[in-house]
Design a protein around this ligand. Structure first.
Ligand code: KIV
Length: 288
């Protein structure tokens, strides 16, 4: 007897018509982001690192899925994002690509993929698009450090999202995971950096761990959308690491929307118990 593995569906709803209805909606592009801001519509972004999760998030109607280098901490168990490589990013971007039909797929440029040379940066951004299937890339840091890189990637027709405030690839320089822009000098720098990202041609900018009033002020001063994480409700959109809303992470700026972690743990424990008690598999789970 042939086992029909294709009956397996990432969401458990392979024949659900809502999936196809959603898929017929116009896909989100980098241009859509600006239009959302012009219309005053908030932008919802989530990270994903694998196909089934990406498919669920896409069906939920998110505007963009970010394959963040947070995958280093979240799925690879690393201490920080500095050990994430291009190979790791490509591996996850390809998986996520297969699950996404509607949302804009953004890939993070990992540490050392854009800091060494402009040529390498363009090649690496290009690989995330051509091999991975990403539609935009995100890189951390201001125009004063990466303006040439941003311009070169844009010249290759790859949309670039900026990332300011707490930039995890710089933790050793900024002294750890701290809120940024608290004093007047660093707040001024953040305002200038955000404006320069817009002038450089970025289609959006992540503001991470920035005081809410400053993030609101920056958001109101820009024509490109700001996507906040730990930056308050005044940003044009929000991004969260998907595991943080599913019961794994707990910080001041995350919210547990569902205890999927607890549900998964419970299912695994029940499975182990049933195998030990010999109550699984039952007669209905086997073949005559
Ligand atoms: O790597 C990541 O997931 C990110 C978001 C938290 C913005 O950069």
């Amino acid at each position: 007897m042939l086992l029909n593995r294709s009956a397996w569906s990432p969401t458990g709803t392979g024949t659900d018509s809502s999936r196809f209805e959603k898929a017929s909606v116009m896909p989100v592009s980098a241009v859509t982001f600006r239009e959302r801001k012009e219309r005053g519509e908030k932008i919802a972004v989530l990270t994903a690192y694998d196909m089934p999760t990406a498919a669920l998030i896409d069906e939920a109607g998110v505007d963009a899925i970010l394959v963040g280098d947070s995958l280093g901490n979240v799925v690879a168990g690393m201490e920080n994002t500095l050990g994430v490589t291009m190979d790791m990013m490509l591996h996850h971007v390809k998986m996520v690509r297969t699950g996404v039909k509607h949302a804009l797929l953004i890939a993070d440029m990992p540490f050392l993929s854009y800091q060494v040379s402009v040529t390498e940066a363009v090649r690496n951004a290009g690989r995330l698009v051509s091999e991975g299937g990403a539609q935009a890339v995100k890189l951390e840091g201001p125009v004063s450090r990466f303006g040439d890189v941003i311009s070169a990637i844009l010249r290759a027709s790859i949309p670039v999202m900026g990332h300011l405030g707490l930039t995890p690839q710089s933790i050793h320089q900024i002294g750890g995971y701290k809120v940024q822009g608290r004093d007047e000098a660093s707040a001024r720098r953040l305002r200038e950096d955000a404006l320069q990202l817009q002038e450089a041609g970025c289609f959006a900018a992540v503001l991470e761990c920035v005081p809410a009033p400053l993030a609101t002020e920056i958001s109101q001063s820009l024509t490109i959308p700001t996507i906040g994480i730990g930056a308050g409700p005044g940003c044009d959109g929000q991004v969260l690491v998907c595991h943080d809303l599913l019961g794994w992470g707990k910080t001041r700026f995350t919210k547990t929307y569902a205890d999927a972690r607890g549900v998964m743990r419970g299912a695994f424990e029940t499975y182990v118990r049933e195998v030990k008690e010999n109550t699984f598999p039952g007669p209905e789970h086997g073949y005559e």
